[in-house]
Design a protein around this ligand. Structure first.
Ligand code: FAD
Length: 406
């Protein structure tokens, strides 16, 4: 039976030492939490940031991407290389490979795991790209300049292709949909992005499905054979929540922890944050599962505020992410639906352009390619909900912030 203890004696256990877990620990101290903080991570490495893995770390221009956090000075107990295998909320205990551990408050921050290509698991030369170990295995592959087949023209596929081309590899990208980023962006917006592959010296095969993978070769369903010194699979990720099965904590069909608007789960004293959790957004009128860095950075402040007993605002961010691909800086803020009106700012064949999505003349989302100022201003306009003049939005010489409706 669990009894409430004075705050200074309470023990917060955070499972997952990625950015969401680390930031939760840091935010707890920032917000004055004086009890114990135990941060548990399955990976053996000092906690690190993932975005550089498909960029500088992959190319070897950065050695690593460890967070600059002094855990000792913040009295954060780090337990690395320890997988948590289950949680028993009634007992307020988690199970680990080394036995049970008690908690007063539990924070689930286990992130996501990449989807593997069915039938390719265990085939030599097939790689995923999620962890530092994955990136370190891929570095020599790039250095040896193999022929590489990338499966999936999403964000990770595009960034990996960029790095592999930079390293001088021949790259063929196999995409089952008719265009890159089919799940994320409409056809008109993704069309210019398809050209970036060719411009970057990679071959993009769309409407192409992998039949099977053998060492050294990828066979497509239509019979084409692609030489493959290595295969890199980037076909998405799913929340890393298998360990919660049977715990009573509600999960969605996609595996995400169903958090509320304060990132609390269906079970008391248990929160969830980052890539593993979805939350209801009043701003967008739907539940969001965001697999991007900024969400894993912002959410922890709401979690910490809930734990220290402050009445925080509901968690309802304007989602944001960026991607660096084919020499371009791509940024997106907000969340759009098929019914929103699309307004172009600039020529998509050029080096810098944006697309705005308006709902009843209010900006709900913005994609900026090489126009960081549009992004910065757009993000504020989305947050403020300011009505805009669509004609002025369409003129790239007018700063977005000056496009407010008269
Ligand atoms: P994670 O970073 O996945 O961390 C979760 C941690 O929990 C992991 O270390 C895992 O080992 C651990 N864990 C899991 N299960 C258990 C368990 N049972 N017990 C103990 N520990 C466990 N986003 C952008 O916006 N822009 C980018 O440019 C960008 N680039 C990216 C490049 C790559 C290669 C990758 C993989 C992601 C990129 N992202 C980017 C996405 C961003 O990194 C993620 O959204 C972010 O890492 C999510 O943080 P998280 O802490 O929720 O999860």
């Amino acid at each position: 039976m669990h009894t409430e203890r004075p705050t200074a004696e309470r023990r917060v256990v955070i499972v997952g030492a990625g950015i969401a877990g680390v930031q939760t620990a840091v935010a707890l101290r920032d917000q004055g939490f004086a009890g114990q903080v135990l941060l548990i991570g399955a990976e053996p490495h000092q906690p690190y940031d993932r975005p550089p893995l498909s960029k500088a770390v992959l190319l070897g221009t950065a050695e690593g991407s460890a967070f600059e956090v002094d855990f000792e000075a913040l009295s954060i107990d780090l337990r690395l290389g320890l997988a948590v295998t289950g949680v028993r909320p009634l007992a307020h205990e988690i199970d680990t490979e080394e036995g049970p551990l008690p908690y007063d408050v539990l924070v689930i921050a286990t992130g996501a795991v990449p989807l593997s290509l069915p039938g390719s698991e265990g085939v030599p030369g097939v790689h995923l790209l999620r962890t530092l170990d994955d990136a370190e295995r891929l570095r020599p592959v790039l250095a040896e300049q193999h022929d590489i087949v990338v499966v999936g023209a999403g964000w990770i596929g595009a960034e990996f292709t960029t790095a592999a081309r930079e390293a001088g590899c021949a790259v063929t990208v196999v995409e089952a949909a008719e265009r890159p980023l089919a799940g994320a962006l409409p056809a008109e917006v993704a069309a210019p992005m398809a050209d970036w592959y060719e411009e970057g010296g990679a071959k993009l095969l769309t409407n192409a499905r992998v039949g099977h993978v053998e060492p050294g070769e990828v066979a497509l369903e239509d019979g084409r054979l692609l030489p493959a010194g290595a295969v890199v699979v980037g076909i998405g990720a799913r929340p890393a929540t298998d360990w919660l099965a049977g715990s009573g904590i509600d999960l969605a069909k996609d595996g995400a922890v169903l958090a509320d608007d304060h990132l609390r789960t269906s079970v008391s004293d248990v929160y969830a944050v980052g890539d593993c959790a979805s939350f209801p957004s009043a701003r967008y009128g739907e539940r969001l599962l965001v697999h991007h860095w900024d969400n894993a950075l912002q959410g922890p402040r709401t979690v910490a505020a809930g734990i220290v007993g402050e009445a925080p605002h509901p968690y309802d961010p304007v989602p944001y992410f960026w991607s660096e691909q084919f020499g371009r800086f791509v940024q997106y803020a907000g969340h759009h639906g098929a019914a929103d009106a699309m307004v172009w700012r600039g020529d998509p064949a050029g080096a810098a352009w944006s697309v705005a999505w308006l709902r009843e003349n209010v900006l709900v989302a913005l994609l900026a390619v090489g126009r960081p100022r549009d992004l910065a201003q757009g993000r504020k306009l989305i947050e403020a909900g300011t009505p805009l003049d669509a004609e002025r939005v369409a003129d790239p010489s007018v700063p977005l912030k000056a496009a407010a409706a008269a």
